[in-house]
Design a protein around this ligand. Structure first.
Ligand code: ADP
Ligand code: MG
Length: 684
């Protein structure tokens, strides 16, 4: 199966090179180059056709003529194999098709049959072929595969037809062996096709049932192998014994101090979460926890409380956040809660640190002098080394890729990991990608929170809106006005800059209005954030830099401009910036000219403040991939299946792997090929 492509008739050096550039390096890759879809070109054999019936016919082109009018039309006359005449009509692209339909050519045409004084089809799907051509039957008269291709590939003759020829030639190679990957018991249990047959059928299916069955089998195969990989990774991780052990729950002096100094008490969920996590840290194997809680449920404090049990034993802890604003804020929150304490040395590390500062932080981490570091992606740079990193906390975990999270973990001594997220994760994903994580959930929000009133307004209400903002801010509250700056380098930013000018001079001259966006220098960002936190800035005009985690309890109004341009999760996250204190809060969604889907989104937000409900709506409207950031950080390797759309199959595979864990050489090979990560788990 891993034989050289050049063994196939029709592949010379140029084609081989083009294929290689497209990632197809050998016959295995070619056979696993699956069609993007199929069309049914099974020839319709009956001679009695009904009006409106969809059929495929083989025809010979006889003549054609153009009808000129406002728009030029093309009429093509042809004859079927059984000798009947039929017309094809083209209303668009007539001038193009007139060159294509030459008299004498043979074609397979598929479309809906109409009787208008004779048989006709409007804009049929067609493919020409040479009836003497021996591979004609690859392209017509059957369920035909359509392959993904690119301009470069097409130039080398690798369009759908080209791929059909090569793949079919590969199947007829002498001694082609496609080894079975799945255990016999699994094949029997689910009534699956053999792998070799499934691969053939997914390209050139004999009929629809076979096609469906081949998909079912090959999707399952992927999921079974993927589950096996995850399973094995967990085992390997667990095989590594814990090296560092934090203090037991409630025995950390600084934790006790934190509790006695807190102006409020922990929620029951927070207490349980802290306890559960520390309980896991008593195991011999490192803990991996997914701390899930809706926006504002107080994950940061829970994580801090856990952390103190480590730092009090001089074990280092690292907190990684996806943005600099957020990292700074965690730093601020934690230092505010803790004050200056002997035995706790907290530092911040971000991409914009001055060289000298950075050097000294790096030194402090190496020597162990610093026992808590908060930072952005800069924490995973090579230059960052720890003395004894025993706890890794990842905030907004879905904003990082698997590899990024893993690189930080590997800097430690088999550390415990807490990944925090506000996005509920579908069950099938919990079983696979997150299978190795223990789920800890914060359900209740801190007491005394006023619900957030969400309203959707149009332009006609703007004057009134400004009046209420004036009232609230006059009464000492603060306000965010958010602009949809998707790309800070483009014109998008202008709108926010412009609005800031107008708001600060013409509309609210009596208040201090400031602009905060991602392209500003970081000391300037910090200054403005600090002034907003302290209340000296009253209105903050901003972009999605404040989307995650920013926490200013006195800010009670959030206006989101062009709310229709944001997704549900994003709006929910943004809205989570208010409603953090004990005052009533408002979220105003400004939107005009909204699409139907947009209306559904906004309506869901107005109706509900429940993150779980909203992510369900989001998933329905957008599909799960985007929701969880898989677009950017997708699980590469799953080509046919999708952990959410095929969740039942995923769950089955996951259950099976726990009962029947049998990987032969072909299966291991497939894992290595499909999931690059498998390389170190299943070495040759
Ligand atoms: P999350 O990260 O889960 O969205 P945060 O950790 O930012 O939430 O916490 C939100 C706000 O709630 C912060 O201002 C925090 O200080 C506050 N908070 C956390 N726990 C409690 C509690 N038990 N009682 C009252 N306020 C709390
Ligand atoms: Mg947070």
């Amino acid at each position: 199966m891993f034989r050289n492509l050049k063994e196939i008739k029709g592949i010379g050096p140029a084609k081989a090179k083009a294929l290689e550039d497209a990632g197809i390096k050998n016959i295995y890759d070619l056979l696993y180059y699956f069609p993007r879809r199929h069309i049914d070109r099974s020839i319709s054999e009956t001679t009695v056709f009904k009006d409106g019936q969809s059929v495929t016919l083989i025809v010979t082109i006889e003549s054609h003529f153009l009808i000129h009018g406002k728009k030029t039309r093309l009429v093509v006359n042809a004859r079927t194999l059984s000798g009947e005449s039929i017309k094809f009509l083209f209303f668009h692209g007539a001038m193009y098709f007139v060159k294509v339909f030459e008299a004498g050519l043979t074609a397979a045409v598929s479309g809906k049959l109409e009787y208008r004084g004779g048989m006709q089809m409007v804009h049929p799907d067609f493919e020409f072929f040479d009836s003497d051509d021996e591979d004609a039957l690859l392209h017509v008269g059957r369920i035909v595969p359509l392959y993904p291709s690119t301009e470069t590939l097409k130039k080398k003759g690798l369009d759908s037809r080209g791929f059909r020829r090569l793949i079919s030639a590969a199947f007829s190679l002498k001694d082609l062996v496609i080894d079975e990957t799945l255990p016999e018991t699994i094949l029997k249990k689910h009534g699956f096709m053999q792998r070799s047959f499934a691969i053939k059928e997914i390209h050139f299916p004999e009929n629809r049932e076979n096609l469906n069955e081949s998909y079912r089998r090959l999707k399952y195969e992927e999921l079974y192998l993927f589950s096996a990989l995850m399973h094995e990774k967990i085992k390997q991780r667990n095989r590594e014994k814990r090296k560092l052990r934090p203090l037991a729950f409630q025995t950390s002096p600084l934790y006790k101090k934190l509790l006695s100094d807190l102006p409020f008490s922990l929620t029951d969920d927070q207490k349980t979460a802290i306890q559960e996590i520390l309980k896991l840290s008593e195991n011999d194997f490192a803990a991996a926890v997914l701390l899930q809680g809706d926006v504002g449920s107080g994950k940061t404090l829970a994580a801090l409380a856990v952390m103190l049990h480590y730092t009090d034993r001089q074990i280092q802890a690292a907190i990684m956040a996806p943005t600099e604003v957020l990292a700074r804020q965690h730093f601020k929150t934690i230092t505010d809660f803790m004050g200056i304490q002997p035995g706790l040395h907290i530092e911040l590390l971000t991409g914009s640190d001055k060289k000298k500062k950075k050097e000294s932080v790096l030194e402090g981490l190496r020597s162990g002098e610093i026992n808590c570091i908060i930072g952005t992606h800069s924490l995973i740079e090579d230059s960052v080394e720890f003395k004894n990193l025993g706890l890794v906390i990842i905030d907004e975990q879905h904003r990082f890729g698997v590899n990024q999270r893993e690189s930080l973990r590997l800097k430690g001594k088999n550390p415990d990991v807490i990944a925090m997220t506000a996005t509920p994760i579908p069950r099938s994903l919990c079983l696979t990608e997150f299978a190795d994580l223990d789920l800890v959930v914060l359900k209740e929000k801190p007491a005394g929170r006023m619900p957030i009133q969400t309203m959707r307004l149009g332009e006609d209400k703007r004057k009134g809106l400004y009046k209420s903002i004036r009232n609230h801010v006059g009464n000492g509250r603060q306000c965010y006005i958010v602009y949809p700056v998707i790309d800070e380098s483009k014109n998008d930013l202008k709108a926010a800059v412009h609005a800031n000018e107008e708001l600060s001079t013409a509309i609210f001259p009596e208040f201090r209005v400031e602009l905060l966006h991602g392209r500003m220098k970081s000391d300037e960002k910090e200054r403005i954030m600090n002034d907003f936190r302290s209340g000296s800035v009253q209105i903050l005009v901003t972009t999605t830099v404040i989307e995650v985690g920013v926490d200013v309890p006195n800010a009670t109004i959030m206006v989101i401009e062009h709310a229709e341009r944001f997704g549900i999760s994003q709006l929910h996250q943004l809205r989570g910036r208010v409603g953090r204190g004990s005052e009533e809060s408002f979220c105003i969604l400004m939107a005009e000219n909204v699409t139907e889907e947009g209306e559904e989104r906004l309506e869901a937000l107005v109706k509900s403040d429940d993150g779980f409900f909203l992510s369900e709506v989001d998933m329905k409207l957008r599909g799960p991939g985007e929701l969880l950031g898989y677009k950017q950080h997708g699980i590469s390797g799953l080509r046919l299946s999708n952990l959410v759309e095929d969740r039942e199959l995923a769950e089955t595979a996951y259950r099976d792997i726990r009962e029947i864990f049998e990987l032969n050489d072909a299966a291991k090979e497939a894992i290595r090929r499909q999931f690059n990560e498998g390389v170190d788990v299943f070495p040759n």
